[in-house]
Design a protein around this ligand. Structure first.
Ligand SMILES: [Zn+2]
Length: 375
């Protein structure tokens, strides 16, 4: 349900509830109306600098070309230029904080059930559905804002979060009024050498890679009812990430958004070296292959391919012998057999397009206007 790194904070919240059930805090107006991308003061200086200059880089990105209708649908964009992408991100990502267990949560006053929309439709109640991990299962980022919103919805309460240790000027109890609260935890792995393209981590390609993580997290701030948070699903048998919560059923989910961002940005990144572009393409493929809109080989199909490949080895050895013996009839027979088995393998391997599924991306909001506005 909630990213694992939030567990301690939620335990604190539960203790808070037990000690003081339904303790309300005084409703205060939200003054964080401008959707700035706020970077916590708790980041190490080089991390803070990287994140802030990544946002500056985004504003210099060239306009995407050849955008298709499906691309527009994947990301809910119209033209794909720097201004639109910058706005897209600001609507969904608002607070970047380092992984921390010190967040103070509370209840922002009692809110009757009727104020939460789509109460009957909730995403699956499992962990790690809003967390992004790299190939080695190292956590990169996590959209804890949508996790808090969902937790509040399940509790039929509005959660408030104290981010003052990260943003000293912010309201002490920030109400979580929708999935677009945009609180993103950034793990130090996001800055590690393994997740850099250049040594310095400051090249244009490095910035595009980190930005793709943020666009991924941004998508988790969308959705309503059963699509709330655009949660991940378990990768099926035969997938590179079989059994991990690292795939998307929807064709407009977080991995599809990150893949599209990388694909189109690589095309217009004239300051990226060819080598760096190749590295980015691998990251693009990694995200793209997590979108489950193409068929994947089942264990049975892999087993059949193995059997056919064994047959091919046997035929190939027999073919060499036939050639050595100048036995033309047998040579032709074995050549035909090899082609026949090869065709069978290709038929199994050919990926089939599965109908694309687009989830509702409109973010849900709490219909509650007494003293503060929904985000
Ligand atoms: Zn994710």
């Amino acid at each position: 349900m909630i990213p694992p790194n939030c567990h301690k904070a939620l335990i604190l919240l539960v203790v808070f509830v037990l000690l003081s059930p339904f303790k309300s805090v005084i409703a205060v107006g939200m003054h964080m109306n401008s959707r700035d991308l706020n970077v916590s003061v708790q980041f190490l200086p080089y991390q803070e600098s990287l994140l802030k200059t990544d946002f500056d880089f985004l504003k210099t990105l060239g306009s995407w070309e050849g955008l298709t209708d499906l691309d527009r649908k994947t990301m809910d964009i119209k033209v794909g230029n720097a201004a639109e992408l910058d706005y897209w991100l600001r609507k969904r990502v608002q607070f970047l904080i380092p992984m921390s267990l010190n967040l103070e949560l509370g209840f922002y006053g009692e809110v009757p059930l009727r104020y939460y929309p789509n109460m009957a439709e909730l995403p699956p109640n499992v962990e790690n559905i809003f967390t992004m991990a790299d190939e080695q299962s190292n956590t990169l980022m996590s959209n804890i804002g949508v996790g808090f919103y969902l937790f509040g919805k399940r509790q039929r309460q509005i959660i408030s979060v104290n981010l003052r240790t990260h943003f000293p000027k912010i309201e002490p109890q920030l109400p979580v009024l929708g999935p677009r609260i945009g609180i993103i935890q950034v793990h130090k792995n996001s800055f590690s050498h393994r997740n850099r393209i250049s040594v310095s981590g400051r090249e244009p390609a490095d910035r595009l890679l980190r930005l793709s993580f943020l666009f991924h997290e941004g998508r988790h701030s969308d959705g309503n009812g059963s699509s709330l948070g655009f949660y991940h699903s378990v990768c099926p048998p035969g997938h590179d990430y079989t059994g991990r919560m690292a795939c998307d059923i929807s064709s407009n989910g977080a991995y599809a958004v990150a893949a599209l961002f990388l694909k189109k940005s690589i095309e217009v990144c004239h300051s990226c070296t060819e080598g760096h572009k190749e590295s980015l393409k691998l990251s693009y493929l990694d995200s793209r292959l997590r979108v489950l809109d193409k068929s994947i080989l089942t264990p049975e199909e892999i087993e059949r391919i193995n059997r056919y490949e064994n047959d091919m080895n046997i035929y190939a050895r027999q073919l060499f012998a036939a050639i050595a013996q100048k036995d033309d009839i047998r040579r032709k027979y074995l050549m035909d057999k090899l082609q026949e088995v090869n065709a069978k393998i290709h038929k199994i391997k050919k990926p089939q397009n599965i109908p694309k599924t687009y989830w509702k991306s409109e973010p849900e909001t709490i219909e509650y206007t007494n003293g503060f506005e929904s985000i």
